[in-house]
Design a protein around this ligand. Structure first.
Ligand SMILES: *[C@@H]1O[C@H](CO)[C@@H](O)[C@H](O)[C@H]1NC(C)=O
Ligand SMILES: *[C@@H]1O[C@H](CO)[C@@H](O)[C@H](O)[C@H]1NC(C)=O
Ligand SMILES: *[C@@H]1O[C@H](CO)[C@@H](O)[C@H](O)[C@H]1NC(C)=O
Ligand SMILES: *[C@@H]1O[C@H](CO)[C@@H](O)[C@H](O)[C@H]1NC(C)=O
Ligand SMILES: *[C@@H]1O[C@H](CO)[C@@H](O)[C@H](O)[C@H]1NC(C)=O
Ligand SMILES: *[C@@H]1O[C@H](CO)[C@@H](O)[C@H](O)[C@H]1NC(C)=O
Ligand SMILES: *[C@@H]1O[C@H](CO)[C@@H](O)[C@H](O)[C@H]1NC(C)=O
Ligand SMILES: *[C@@H]1O[C@H](CO)[C@@H](O)[C@H](O)[C@H]1NC(C)=O
Length: 808
């Protein structure tokens, strides 16, 4: 509704004077067109470059990475960036499309519709007849191109120079975005000055309902709107409170919608001519009043440099737990590594105090987008680097269960997102529990939460819990011919089985006898294994040359997962379907394309049959040698698309066949060839940092099998590195002997010692990080026998019911 401006005018008078006064001071002291962070940025630290120097938030900003390249604090709610008209899932995309606004809420790496993007502000430098009422405020009309060598993205800061001569910079606190628009090149029209527009928009859904008001005297704009989530059901409300500074307010007004004049599109504030304008946008999901309070508390004085500097320090602090010996490491490797670390600290977002859905003393995180992506790498990395944040996330997950009856699988903007496979919050909880996360965590409630997933049928399985849980209990698989409409019966079964394994470990730690039931169910994947299935590959599409397989010929590998009917007979899905070689887009969520596997082939899911019982998987697939050859074939034939998270674990499965050397070698065929420093340097959506965390963990040389107390040891990409535990002062150090550069020849571990004693196992437990110590790896040019013996491989939870996985 178009709100009467007059009613709010009087109320804000006092504020208006106060703010303008404070800002004039700033106006005279502010630097123009210079990167405010340059002094800190290039400051050497302890003889080495500051790790923040190696962060390039633009990596993955084009060709589907969909990263968020803008300014944010670690896990902060405010995420400010320029929104473009083109590839804008994360707001900004380096595709050269025009800038249409600057907004303060975003998500990182989303694979579907653009997420959030509320509420854009935009500087207007001219209007027809110098009349702000006739300005072109509409997003397509106001959009403007930018100088593409002008983009500066740093942790906590984003700057861009528009082709109309406006230099736009932004920084943030937890709930507030601060923009500085500098009018350097265009002499501002003396009769018009400038205007700041604020719109009731997001990036994709358009406002369903919105309210806006502006105080003519102070220029304060209050607004709220109702929007759609990017990949889920329902709606959410968001609120903002924008104040301008640095120039006198001349006039203000409401901009009606172009074709719907009785409703507001946004509001404008006309400002006296000047060289720069600051716009502070407080954000909230509770009320615009709270948005104002957030802004006033967090950025009282509109000081851009101070705010950006504080953001920079917050990032420095997060990074300070890690130390890398850069001797022999290329700039490229350091950039891939630190940027990967950086993007692991962006989502989920800390919305504590901003949850309109329920009252609770527990933390509230949002943007679990999606746990299906992040359980594998993002959360295990946070367990290593930021125990405190991960603990608060775990508490938030359990609290979401308390209030919504289920753990989230995908959740964004206070809405339930679509479930892709099983209930992988179970894996996140188990991973954290096994690794000692406990501070104020109610693990009994945690067990109840995962058991709701595992035990209770739900009709709403598209967005919560697991569909077909009664069939899972009755048949031990999801029968293909049950008329429940659950496609993806293979990939879901594989995930259900592993989720059950994770729950079993949690139950075991709590001495709950449900552990045995869950452990038993974790073997259900075997019910879908068809020993007789073979695979021959189709013709490679013409545009996909150089594949190693011969079209039409049997691959020679037998035994694949297959869909199964209620009566126990097997149905058939070509094992290559939905691989890059055969209908790669055939297995998404919609029913038209849906296959029995999700976003991947049976080839892929057969390797992932049981991350907890690889011993059985390997023996069903023909033993160590055949398994290793089959993995090679999978990685080299064109069957594997590496832009999706399920692919990650397949690089490390050689460890289970006693060939850890091949894992280290394999992963180097992906980093840096497809995880690199180019603008398109990600093979797929970053998915809340899952890709970043994959590269970081890989380069550390200790890769987790998420949900188990297991880290695979592989040669790190650096000569030495260490991870400090801030609370205990303990340090876990990994050192190499014969390191010859990230790409070097000496890529095979010959032998290892842990705290000076021989370490023959190809894996480690989390106690290494808790207790500290030194793992020393002797490297050489050829694969060695290290890690090959059965007893030195990572544990496999076979049918003997032993609990080898437990650290306790
Ligand atoms: C700048 O634009 C040119 C031409 O469109 C393009 O080739 C180049 O990659 C762009 N550079 C950046 C940094 O976006
Ligand atoms: C931002 O929020 C985090 C909690 O997520 C908190 O630790 C941090 O101190 C806050 N930063 C500031 C500057 O208040
Ligand atoms: C949005 O603001 C209007 C005007 O202040 C108010 O009446 C309305 O309740 C607000 N909407 C929400 C969802 O808070
Ligand atoms: C640091 O030590 C504390 C106390 O032992 C422990 O709870 C925490 O998990 C450790 N952090 C990491 C990252 O290992
Ligand atoms: C589980 O049982 C073991 C052995 O009886 C005991 O030491 C442990 O404290 C129990 N744990 C819990 C959480 O009850
Ligand atoms: C394990 O599963 C088998 C059938 O798959 C069943 O016979 C057995 O009773 C189960 N055991 C437990 C402890 O649930
Ligand atoms: C970087 O990665 C992208 C995406 O994975 C890939 O297409 C591109 O070829 C790589 N670039 C270089 C220079 O390796
Ligand atoms: C570790 O391997 C070395 C070399 O093969 C061997 O001598 C030693 O006995 C092994 N240690 C253990 C504990 O198995």
């Amino acid at each position: 509704m178009l709100q009467d401006i007059a009613s709010s005018r009087k109320v804000r008078r006092a504020f208006g004077f106060a703010v303008v006064g404070a800002l004039l001071l700033f106006f005279f002291s502010g630097s123009l067109l210079s990167d405010p962070l340059i002094p800190q940025w290039y400051a050497a630290k302890g003889g080495q470059k500051n790790p923040l120097n190696y962060v390039d938030p633009l990596i993955g900003s084009v060709n589907g990475g969909h990263v968020f390249s803008g300014a944010t604090l670690p896990f902060g709610m405010a995420k400010a960036v320029a929104d473009v008209t083109g590839e804008n899932q994360g707001g900004f995309g380096s595709d050269g499309s025009d800038v249409m606004g600057f907004s303060g809420l975003h998500d990182l790496g989303v694979g579907y519709m653009p997420s959030l993007g509320n509420f854009p502000v935009f500087p207007i430098t001219s209007c027809p007849n110098n009349d702000p009422k006739s300005c072109k405020f509409d997003r397509m009309q106001r959009s403007v191109s930018y100088r593409n060598d002008s983009v500066k993205a740093r942790p906590g800061y984003f700057g861009i120079e528009l082709d109309n001569g406006v230099f736009a910079e932004m920084t943030v606190t937890n709930h507030t975005a601060l923009y500085r628009f500098v009018f350097e090149q265009t002499p501002v029209d003396q009769s018009f000055g400038t205007a700041i527009y604020a719109g009731l928009e997001d990036l994709h859904s358009a406002t369903i309902n919105g309210f806006i008001s502006v105080d003519e005297r102070s220029g304060r704009i209050l607004g709220n709107g109702t929007f759609l989530p990017s990949f889920g059901q329902g709606q959410y409300h968001a609120h903002f409170c924008a104040d301008v500074g640095g120039a006198d307010v001349i006039d203000a007004g409401i901009a009606p919608r172009p074709f719907n004049g009785d409703r507001a599109a946004g509001a404008w504030v006309q400002l006296a001519p000047g060289k720069e304008v600051l716009v502070r946008v407080g954000l909230s999901f509770i009320s615009s009043q709270q948005a104002c309070t957030n802004a006033e508390n967090e950025i009282a004085d509109f000081d851009f440099v101070d705010t950006a500097t504080a953001a920079h320090k917050a990032w420095e602090d997060k990074f300070s737990v890690l130390e890398i010996d850069t001797d022999g490491a290329s700039e490229e490797m350091l950039t891939i590594f630190w940027t990967g670390i950086y993007r692991s600290f962006i989502s989920p977002q800390d919305y504590t105090g901003e949850n309109p859905l329920w009252n609770s003393d527990e933390p509230y995180f949002d943007s679990w987008y999606c746990i299906w992506d992040t359980f594998r790498t993002t959360h295990p990395l946070l367990v290593l680097l930021d125990q405190e944040a991960q603990t608060r996330m775990v508490r938030s997950l359990i609290d979401i269960y308390r209030h919504e009856g289920r753990l989230p699988d995908c959740r964004m903007s206070f809405c339930k997102g679509f479930t892709q496979g099983g209930s992988n919050a179970d894996v996140v909880l188990a991973d954290s529990m096994l690794k000692g996360i406990s501070d104020n965590v109610d693990w009994n409630a945690g067990l109840k939460a995962v058991l709701a997933d595992a035990m209770e049928e739900t009709r709403a399985w598209r967005v919560e819990g697991r569909g077909g849980i009664n069939d899972w209990k009755e048949y031990g698989y999801l029968p293909l011919d049950q008329s429940r409409g659950y496609h993806r019966s293979i990939s879901r079964a594989v995930e259900y089985a592993y989720d059950d394994f994770c729950i079993a470990q949690m139950a075991k730690m709590l001495n709950d006898s449900v552990a045995d039931v869950m452990l038993n169910r974790s073997h259900n994947w075997e019910n879908l294994f068809n020993q007789d299935t073979r695979s021959s590959l189709p013709d490679v599409p013409a545009e996909d040359p150089g594949q190693v397989h011969v079209a039409g010929e049997d691959t020679g590998f037998t035994g694949f997962l297959q869909p199964r009917n209620k009566d126990g007979t097997f149905a058939y899905q070509d094992p290559a379907l939905c691989s890059p070689l055969l209908n790669p887009n055939g297995c998404f969520l919609d029913y038209k394309t849906a296959g029995e596997t999700y976003e991947g082939s049976i080839w892929l899911y057969t390797f992932l049959s049981s991350p907890s019982d690889m011993g059985t998987v390997i023996s069903k697939l023909g033993g160590d040698d055949t398994f290793a050859r089959r993995l090679d074939y999978f990685h080299e034939s064109g069957l594997l698309y590496f832009g999706d998270e399920q692919s990650f674990l397949t690089t490390y499965l050689y460890h289970y066949a006693g060939r850890p050397g091949l894992s280290g070698q394999r992963v180097r065929t992906y980093v840096p060839s497809i995880f690199n420093t180019s603008l398109n340097g990600l093979p797929g959506n970053d998915d809340s940092g899952a890709m970043g965390a994959f590269t970081a963990l890989t380069m550390l040389g200790l890769f987790p099998n998420a949900g188990q107390d297991v880290y695979f040891i592989a040669p790190p990409f650096f000569k030495a590195l260490s991870l400090k535990n801030k609370s205990t002062g303990m340090t876990a150090t990994i050192k190499t002997i014969n390191f010859d550069g990230s790409h070097g020849q000496n890529l095979f571990i010959q032998s290892a010692t842990l705290n000076g004693k021989p370490w023959n196992k190809s894996w480690l437990r989390h106690s290494f990080f808790l207790e500290g110590g030194t793992l020393e790896l002797v490297l050489g040019p050829l694969e060695s026998t290290w890690g090959q013996r059965l007893e030195d491989r990572p544990p496999s939870n076979g049918r003997d019911g032993s609990w080898e996985f437990m650290s306790a």
